[in-house]
Write a protein that binds this ligand. Structure first.
Ligand code: 5GP
Length: 114
């Protein structure tokens, strides 16, 4: 068994987070260091997939559900418009190797998350 990721520890309730939505397989919470007025993370509860390409191969339906949830969250927390970011790999800025979608709404600049 690999060590729990920081996001698995949030799922387990070991680390507090502002959870905005969840179901059996997914959970969404506020990013601790927001890069936009609304900055949410949508993640699978499993840490089985380290990045979006692993998820796309392993469970494409779950990836589609993540995108649908991101869309709904942007509608309830902002005006429905959003930037969806999946950093994939350390050199692309990924720091947590538990696949997650950044949902960014409002006040975006070209350099957000760059
Ligand atoms: P990455 O850089 O891997 O694409 O994104 C990881 C994100 O997780 C970062 O935006 C970072 O701010 C967020 N993050 C890291 N640790 C925590 C935490 O303990 N709680 C929350 N809510 N977000 C975290």
């Amino acid at each position: 068994m690999s060590e729990p990721t920081i996001f698995s520890r949030i799922v387990a309730g070991e680390i507090p987070a502002t959870v905005v939505w969840q179901n059996e397989r997914l959970i969404a919470f506020e990013d601790i260091a927001p890069q936009a007025p609304v900055h949410l993370l949508v993640i699978p509860k499993t840490q089985q997939y380290a990045n979006v390409s692993e998820l796309a191969v392993g469970d494409p339906a779950l990836l589609a559900e993540m995108i649908s949830v991101a869309d709904q969250l942007a509608a309830t927390h902002a005006n429905g418009e959003y930037r969806l970011v999946f950093n994939s790999g350390a050199s692309a800025g990924q720091t947590v190797f538990h696949v997650h979608a950044h949902v960014l709404c409002g006040g975006l600049t070209e350099s957000a998350l760059a």
